[in-house]
Design a binder for this molecule. Sequence first.
Ligand code: HEC
Length: 431
Amino acid sequence: MKKYLAVLTLLAGYAGLWTLSAQTAWQAPPEADALQNPLAGDEASVKKGEKIYRSLCAACHGATGKGDVPSMQSLNPKPTDLTSEAVQKQSDGAIFWKISEGRGMMASYKNMLTEEERWSLVNYIRSLGDKSSGAVKDKAQSAGEKEKKKKQNTNTSKAARRQEKASASYVDAFPFTVLINAKTTHIMHPKGFGLNIQHRFGTTKFDEGFVTNFMGLDLAANMRFAFEIPYNDRLMFEIGRTRYGKFYDMGFKYLILRQTADDRIPVSVAIYENVAVTTEKPPVYSENATFANGTLFEYKFYHRLSYDNELIMSRRFGDRFSAQLTFQLVWRNLMPYSAKPRFKNYVFALPLALRYRIGFSQAVSLEIMPNNQPKNFPVSMAYEVASSGNHVFQITVTNSDRFLAQNLYTVPTFHYDKDGFILGFNLIRYF
Ligand code: HEC
């Protein structure tokens, strides 16, 4: 209990600090100015930017970009007036950087939108400035650039390093840390933390129960919630709790390789390790029950533990499609014996996860998880209803109501045709 409180206090403190830092003026780092707008002067990109702006940004920054949406006025800071001189005088690179990184309520769009889409937004924001904004921009840019050139001349190696740093742009195959059940190679923004809620209702099929049990929503439901705490942009920790099995789990993910836009690194590779402890009452067997090897059964603490080890490889293909393959080894210290089907202590699985983005804030996903267990073949689908860089809401259709690999692979899954399916949702929010 004490430990739990300590964690909560830590998280609250973390969130507090982070909110405090958001009160100060927002300054893009100098290397952002070195980013070159590849779409500068491209008329078509303004139209494209406008389309994205309407679907993702207007709700906060207003239809005309003035940040005058009444319901947003209580935010601190308020959504910025994008037509203001304070914004228009910044370099394209700085605006691009801010859209990419985000801060506070302003989400990071780097994993949601392609570079081209973000540059289109920059061009659209430029078009929002008053008619003289072109001149303002030119002045600002040329003044800024002149100064930069001066600096560059005096210190070319430093400038070159900056340019290189700015242009080493990474591609993130998935905008969130978990797709449906599969951990992805994504690490959330290092400032802040994530809350991840997974929820699965009861089994349903298209019969009378579909109506009387309201698609299974009336039945017992399983749920996992987890805090995700980033350490930096490659390492994150998580603590989770699952209802079925009364599991507490702790894990970390480390990003070894990051896919780059220029394909010099074609894939992202991460490792994920997790240990879970079940807090369920020990199983009750007859007095002379034995382990599979014949020794007398005795319940020890380590029987509560189980482990998940993953090597995750992902790649984004183009703007919309991402795929991921994982080598997964799961171990349960105690696997209750049943004659049929006979589950093993260890699981070797090869989960495949696919995501296809529709429009700018919706996506469909599919997960297929072949493994060596009997009567177990998780296949899940999801529809992302409305995602932004800060949150995602997914409606899921699965053939299992389990989440943790230790549990997902060690109970039978349903047959979609015979047994029906399970509706649920995933809710991920980054703070
Ligand atoms: C949930 C509301 C919200 C949404 C949606 C949103 N923003 Fe923002 N935006 C903000 C807030 C709040 C700030 C001020 C952040 C700060 O200063 O800490 C901001 C700041 C910015 C800035 C930086 C202005 C500056 O120089 O200080 C830019 C640029 C921007 N937003 C562009 C966009 C674009 C483009 C989109 C859509 C892709 C978008 N925003 C979506 C709330 C939002």
